[in-house]
Design a protein. Structure first.
Length: 402
């Protein structure tokens, strides 16, 4: 029976982003450019090991602590640090013990644990994601058993977003439905609502009794650490049930350590205890408990004053370098193609930009210029540097002219 079962298993489609990364690695073109995968690279095109991380690793190596199992929902010091980073150290939610945090396997793990939890208690709800969104959002919630639909978001005509269309789209959601939102640095577009528009979005979600699920994988890459968590804190003020998936992959350059969290904001301390017990149950049935090393690094950096200051300085440096690449790319494109308006590039935030390129143009970039980007036209701004930006701008301008 086993042979018969496996013989009928179809080949799964390639991951659109990771598959591109593999193709890039096998490309022998000397001046190839990889703008497909969401990884921060330095001016030299290297993935950095942050100095704050190196210092924390040295301390951990000297301690030589045993690698015993962590609690099911993670290390207490890590969970406390995550809550303070997201909600602020003086948050009433934390003081009232209404926040539940579980250490997860990256931000993806936070989404998955949250999706599985929600399906246990709201199986008939529909999940709404932005159009477009990170592809894995649909896969995670769909595989958890939810029907997944989209609400309007990106406006291709302006390179921004359409608030009116978004609000109209959200009105189609029923009470109890789940709305996935990007707290900052929207992936894949880089387009974020203004502070005033967030007020309208939060009002709509509260009025329609929807359940917000915030994904914040790029805290610190938009305006700053505190500013990028503003939306989370404003949701917290409403006393709604709020789910938050957070990640340290990008902000600590700890991609392979899979350090993330799921945080749930509850109505009372009693409710939080019950929710925590069910989150633990989901984790126990999935991977039992999380790994030790990455979370130990993050909690040490976040809680030691000298390391925290160093991290904030390094994160600001990454953020500023990406901003500089946006400005340089707009300037070069404006000279090469003055008939087009490229202001949207500098208005977008975070690691990604919806470049405006279509699938055919992206294919030309790869075939003719060895520039790798996602077929939607999403490019990773962190893959640009002063050594390759002129070549990319030239290639982008040429494929748009046909």
């Amino acid at each position: 029976m086993s042979v018969s079962l496996l013989a009928g298993v179809p080949l799964a489609p390639h991951d659109p982003i990771l598959g591109l990364n593999e193709a890039f690695k096998s490309d022998t073109t000397p001046q190839k450019i990889n703008l497909s995968i969401g990884v921060y690279c330095t001016e030299e095109g290297k993935v950095p090991v942050l100095a704050c991380v190196q210092k924390a690793m040295k301390v951990l190596a000297e301690e030589q602590a045993p690698r015993i199992y962590l609690p099911i929902d993670g290390a207490p010091a890590y969970k406390t640090a995550v809550q303070a980073l997201l909600l602020g150290g003086d948050s009433p939610v934390i003081a009232e013990k209404r926040a539940v945090t579980a250490q997860t396997l990256g931000g993806t793990g936070g989404l998955k644990v949250g999706a599985d939890f929600l399906h246990h208690f709201a199986a008939n709800a529909k999940v709404w994601v932005s159009d477009p969104t990170w592809d894995n959002h649909k896969a995670i919630f769909g595989d958890a058993g939810f029907a997944v639909d989209v609400y309007p978001y990106y406006d291709a005509a302006t390179g921004g977003y359409d608030l009116s269309a978004m609000l109209v789209g959200l009105k189609k959601a029923a009470a109890g439905d789940i709305v996935v939102l990007h707290a900052c640095c929207h992936n894949p577009t880089g387009v974020d609502p203004s502070s005033e528009d967030w007020d309208k979005i939060i009002d709509a979600i509260e009025e329609q009794q929807l359940v917000p699920f915030l994904d914040i994988a790029y805290q610190g890459f938009g305006h700053g650490i505190e500013e990028d968590s503003e939306v989370i804190r404003r949701f917290a003020e409403r006393k709604l049930p709020v789910f938050i998936s957070s990640s340290f992959s990008k902000s600590f350059s700890l991609y392979g350590e899979r350090v993330g969290a799921l945080t749930v904001l509850c109505d009372s301390a009693d409710e939080a205890v019950r929710v925590q017990s069910q989150v633990r149950r989901v984790i126990r049935a999935n991977y039992s408990n999380p790994p030790t090393f990455g979370s130990a690094i993050v909690s040490m950096v976040l809680t030691k004053k000298d390391l925290r200051g160093l991290w904030e300085e390094e994160l600001a440096g990454m953020r500023d370098r990406i901003r500089a690449m946006r400005v340089m790319l707009r300037e070069r494109l404006a000279k090469l193609d003055p008939e087009r308006n490229y202001d949207y590039i500098v208005k977008q935030k975070g690691m990604f930009s919806y470049s405006g390129l279509n699938a055919a143009q992206v294919e030309k970039l790869r075939e003719n210029y060895a520039v790798y980007a996602v077929k939607t036209g999403r490019i990773c701004m962190a893959g640009l540097n002063t050594h390759n930006i002129d070549a990319f701008a030239q290639a982008m301008a040429e494929v748009q002219k046909g």
